[in-house]
Ligand binder design. Structure first.
Ligand code: ADP
Ligand code: MG
Length: 351
């Protein structure tokens, strides 16, 4: 190895520090889609449209009809730690938004070309086209701005992702792979928010389309193009105090070879939890053939002060205060449902 050459202790230039921090939040194109979706959901959008080209490296565009960003604030949203969602550390204990770190837009703007066009809803003219401000950042610098008419809401366009992060660009997989991650992500959000109309277009083709009916089973049918009637079973369990669990599990006929049909939301937040996954497997493993996983949409609601979401910048991991209790409740709830279902629909050797 070449000898390590120590440089004198110094503060990293802000642009370098920014680019390093950006790497923690934005791992791949799907991370951009996730952050933009979460912002649209926090803005109480009813309809969210996503457009992707070139596996997300060429273009990602998310448009919503949410409450928008006031013109006076637009120039600041790409400054790190700028947020309209919390005011002090204690607010994390009763968080009702998905965002709170104020890091996503700053990160994305640092490693791409980002344009935000937004109009805040304020008048009865909301639905009409009105002039709205747009600003473009590239590599973290504002490079252009202008006005364009639109109804209230926000459109964020990200192009040239990772143009100045050669390592990440090289690490990005084929467009097909990145598109696959994006489709899975958008499907899961559409499951989590069945009352919202989602459209995902990839290279001009519709990849996801939901009606926003508000009904979970309808959303699943729209997403998976499966005939699900009679094959889904409701899950419901609560101790009134620490948790409320609800959702849907598909029976054996719908069992899949991968976990991609398992969706877990905790307090409206899409979560990956090893602990929860273990509890789930313990419940369904005896009832499904080896290597099979159920179609399962699970929603867990707990008091906000009983989870810690501030573990990782991507916010997909959380800690539960009462993890043991929750795992037991989950296993029991799932078993109760699975045992109610006729054995013929679930027993490993019945079909
Ligand atoms: P955070 O979501 O943690 O606050 P972001 O960097 O994702 O941080 O966004 C910064 C701010 O920009 C948000 O707090 C919000 O005020 C504004 N914002 C971003 N996207 C939208 C959107 N789609 N609609 C309305 N406001 C938005
Ligand atoms: Mg955000």
């Amino acid at each position: 190895y070449p000898a390590f050459e120590r440089v004198p202790l110094h503060l990293l230039p802000p642009a370098v520090a920014e680019r390093i921090a950006a790497g923690e939040v934005i791992e791949r194109p799907a991370s951009v889609v996730k952050e933009l979706l979460e912002n649209a959901l926090d803005a109480v959008a009813q309809e969210i449209r996503i457009e992707v080209r070139g596996g997300g490296l060429r273009l990602i565009r998310v448009s919503d009809d949410g409450h928008g960003i006031p013109e006076t604030e637009l120039a600041q949203v790409c400054i790190r730690h700028t947020t309209s969602k919390i005011q002090n550390f204690e607010d994390l204990e009763h968080l009702h938004t998905l965002g709170f770190r104020g890091e996503a837009l700053a990160s994305i703007a640092t490693i791409s070309e980002l344009t935000i066009l937004s109009r805040a809803s304020e008048t009865e003219m909301d639905e009409l086209m009105q002039p709205a401000l747009w600003i473009t950042w590239r590599g973290g610098e504002q490079i252009q701005r202008g006005h364009r008419a639109r109804p209230h809401g926000t459109t964020i366009t990200v192009s040239d992702l990772f143009y100045n992060v050669p390592v990440r660009l090289g690490y990005s997989k084929a467009a097909r792979t990145e598109n696959g991650h994006i489709i899975q992500l958008v499907r899961r959000y559409a499951i989590g928010y069945p009352g919202i109309r989602f459209t995902l277009r990839i290279d001009e083709h519709n990849a996801v389309q939901t009606s926003g009916s508000g009904d979970l089973a309808t959303a699943l049918t729209e997403l998976y193009h499966l005939s699900l009637s009679g094959l889904l079973h409701d899950i419901l369990a609560t101790d009134e105090q620490h948790y409320r669990i609800h959702g849907i599990i598909g029976n054996r006929v719908l069992a899949q070879n991968s976990r991609q049909y398992i969706t877990l939301f905790v307090n409206g937040r899409l979560i990956q939890s090893r602990a929860i996954q273990d509890a789930l497997e313990r419940a369904y493993r005896p009832l499904l053939p080896k290597g099979k996983h159920p179609l399962l949409s699970l929603f867990i609601d707990v008091p906000p002060e009983e989870i810690d979401v501030n573990i990782h910048p991507a916010k997909t991991e959380i800690h539960f205060l009462h993890e043991g209790l929750l795992k037991e409740a989950l296993t029991a709830a799932l078993k109760a449902v699975l045992e109610r279902v006729p054995a013929s629909a679930l027993a490993p050797d019945s079909i």
